[in-house]
Ligand binder design. Structure first.
Ligand code: SF4
Length: 94
């Protein structure tokens, strides 16, 4: 990992693993993470939160966000929709 003290701020912010990791697109994540890429909820979840992915995996932004997995696979999306009454999801999952 780059070090701002030895590599300089410009290098850290323009090249190397840090900038590569934080500029990954959702499409890249879905291609590189097979669980997310084949997930039925990917259109709504989009691989979850990168920060939560890091926390739940121990360090990788490209890992699945296990908190979002628990939400979607645990049936909480459907429960949420049921209690929202007239609310309409403009980007429905199914
Ligand atoms: S629910 Fe889990 S597996 Fe599915 S896209 Fe979200 S993070 Fe990935």
């Amino acid at each position: 990992m780059e070090n701002v003290k030895t590599d300089g701020l410009q290098k850290v912010l323009t090249e190397g693993r840090f900038i590569s990791a934080i500029t990954k697109t959702i499409g890249e994540k879905l291609r590189e993470n097979k669980k997310c890429g084949s997930c039925a909820y990917a259109a709504a979840c989009q691989g979850g939160c990168p920060a939560l992915s890091m926390i739940s995996s121990g360090g990788s932004m490209l890992s699945s966000d296990e908190y979002k997995c628990a939400f979607f696979f645990g049936g909480w999306y459907e429960k949420f929709c049921n209690v929202m009454g007239d609310w309409k999801n403009l980007n429905p999952i199914n």
